[in-house]
Write a protein that binds this ligand. Sequence first.
Ligand code: UD1
Ligand code: MG
Length: 458
Amino acid sequence: MKLNVVILAAGQGKRMHSNLPKVLHPIAGKALVQHVIDTARALSPVRLCVVYGHGGDAVRAALPADDLAWALQEPQLGTGHAVQQALPHLAGDGVTLVLYGDVPLTRAETLKRLLDAAQDGLAVLTVELANPTGYGRIVRNAAGHVVRIVEQKDASAAEKTIREVNTGIMAIPTARLAGWLAGLSNNNAQGEYYLTDVIAAAVAEGVPVSAVQPEGKDSEWEVLGVNSKVQLAELERVQQRRIADTLLESGVRLADPARIDVRGQLTCGRDVAIDVNCVFEGLVELADAVDIGPNCVLKNAKVGPGTRIAAFSHLEDSLVGPDCIIGPYARLRPGAELGPEVHIGNFVEIKNSKIAAQSKANHLAYIGDARIGERVNVGAGTITCNYDGANKHLTVIEDDAFIGSDTQLVAPVTVGRGATLGAGTTLTKDAPPNALTVSRAKQISLAGWQRPVKQPKK
Ligand code: UD1
Ligand code: MG
């Protein structure tokens, strides 16, 4: 069956109180409409069309993709009118599925069931709500067949008591769609062309109409839309809980599934443990037996097996090898690449640097634009002076070097294999291998020196 998908995203979203178009607000780090597009793609449509509105250029710009067709709806005269704008982009037969750009969490399985139900007619996704206020109501006849949808503002007192509502998601035979849309009138309480009126049109023509519901209890979130920051926050929690449950089911140990935020793709090996309040952004890969302490942030990071990342560490665009110990309070900035068994301790910042196996920087250091060999010990307070105000320069520290505390390495500079730098050295020239290099004022002691003494107040 040929499938068209039309995503309605022309509405303004005034209640978001934001300059960002509503459908670009994120859930789990991804724009609302991107969730809908991704779900639509899982259904392999032949055409995927987004209806966008005035001021929606930001929406187009935010969603560059070859497989999207764009239909401008200006002015916005209702959901039926919106679908009409998409017609020129649609393949002429099969089924057209209408989704909303602000209803992000519908599962592809649910939509597949809706499409199955639309094999020989029109199918609408409905749900029973304890409080149906505001939604279009599903009106059924005595035999229980759906006969039309009535909007809240047009509904009689009796119709308002109906608890089965229109989610807005519909699958419509494409061959009939243009005719039904052309027949819509805006003679209603809102003066809009309602897509919902195609139901009555289908019934009038004897086309079967069926209603499908999301499966399982508490599945209401599948059809909830976002109109406000309150609803955005609610659906964020729903989505985070779903992600946490998936992680738990795959064997990840979460100290508290309610206190983890994944804003991207988190992939975990076996026996991974994640403590509370960690945030994962972009693509993060944790290999087997990785242990993440509380309050860590990892963005686009790959962590090797057996590595422990202690509390309050922040990693971005970094690669960490196996069996490393990172943190607490470590910061790995873009381009940090650590080999096996590297130790990075508190208040150590690493940027664009490679650190080879078994090297350690355990306290208070800045390592930027450096290549550090194996088994190097970087003392507390070591700084690579990599930036001269205009250019960045490289620091090379070869295998088995020992960098004394409070050393400044003024790049470009190389510390030879096995070299030792005395504490407090300001290294401006290369340090030869296997030697002690120290730059330090000579220490003197004045034997007869007297410490000043405070005079007692008179
Ligand atoms: C619509 C349905 C209602 C359903 C409810 C579910 C109609 C007439 N009513 O009502 O039965 O219960 O959704 O949430 O369809 N949009 C456009 N262009 C327009 C108007 C809307 O693109 O001219 C888009 C909006 O951006 C939004 C969606 O369509 O994504 C729904 O629009 P909205 O104004 O929220 O419709 P409701 O009145 O809530
Ligand atoms: Mg709405």
